[in-house]
Write a protein that binds this ligand. Structure first.
Ligand code: E4P
Length: 255
């Protein structure tokens, strides 16, 4: 199994990683089993990001050019300021997508984005120059999110290039009658076979069934709208049970 020695200066982390590796191999556990599933919100809307952050379950944010446009954010300076505002609300990683599709352009844009704030993750599309750029960024210690991934082959390539996150779009696959969760399962298997450290960020999540499916398979992260996160709260028996408890309490108190 390929395992990079990158902990020269951090013996404690190294020992922990080795122990976890042995534990996983001993019990044949997938790599995601020993870490917490992360919840990212997929929006550029500051109010919704704040609401999710206040709920106490938010681990990061993903954005894309369409989501920025939806909030009416345009012009280089406004875009950069908006990313900074997002970074100030959340504690976790914030994906900011490059617009360029050529190597030099991606590098220039990505370096400028990364310099904005330590939480920024450079989001790079799955194109040939994007893969080269991911390799470059990973060697420079800049976090990346390889986006617009629709096949296991693309996910394998992103991991080989050293992407921090890979974003398979499960909702968009479901839209064309291809099993999105099936792709997450395939990528999980491939990454676990070789111990790739790239995190599977299930994207284009639309509803609670997607989130639960991702959790069962062992996606490291899911990103979806606030509505998908809040839909996890809902069950009709919770609502009727609570109404009954409150009514009984009021009756007993003679109200
Ligand atoms: C991922 O990072 C993308 O922003 C996103 O999840 C796309 O989702 P959509 O298919 O709902 O547009």
């Amino acid at each position: 199994m390929h395992y990079e020695f990158t902990y020269k200066n951090n013996i404690a982390t190294f020992v922990t990683e080795i122990t976890m590796l042995c534990f996983r191999n001993l019990f044949k556990l997938p790599y995601s089993t020993l870490s917490n599933m992360k919840f990212f919100i997929d929006t550029a809307n500051l109010a919704q990001i704040k609401e999710a952050q206040d709920l106490g379950v938010l681990d990061g944010v993903t954005t894309n050019p369409s989501l920025m446009a939806k909030e009416g954010i345009s012009g280089d300076e406004n875009v950069l300021n908006h990313y900074k505002a997002i970074c100030e609300i959340v504690d976790g990683d914030v994906s900011a997508e490059v617009i360029s599709t050529d190597y030099e352009g991606i590098i220039k844009e990505g370096e400028a984005l990364a310099a904005l704030h330590p939480r920024i993750v450079v989001k790079v599309p799955m194109v040939k120059d994007g893969v080269k750029a991911i390799k470059y960024f990973s060697q420079k210690g800049i976090k990346t999110n390889c986006t617009l991934v629709f096949s296991a082959g693309q996910a394998l390539l992103a991991a080989k290039a050293g992407a921090t996150y890979v974003s398979p779009f499960i909702g968009r696959l479901d839209d064309i009658s291809v099993d999105g969760l099936g792709l997450i399962e395939e990528i999980r298997l491939i990454y676990d076979n070789y111990g790739f450290k790239t995190e599977i960020l299930a994207a284009s999540v639309r509803h609670s069934a997607h989130i639960l499916g991702c959790a069962k398979i062992g996606a490291d992260v899911m990103t979806g709208p606030l509505s998908a996160i809040l839909s996890l709260l809902k069950h009709p028996l919770t609502d009727s049970g609570l109404a009954q408890f409150l009514a009984d309490h009021a009756k007993a108190a003679g109200k």
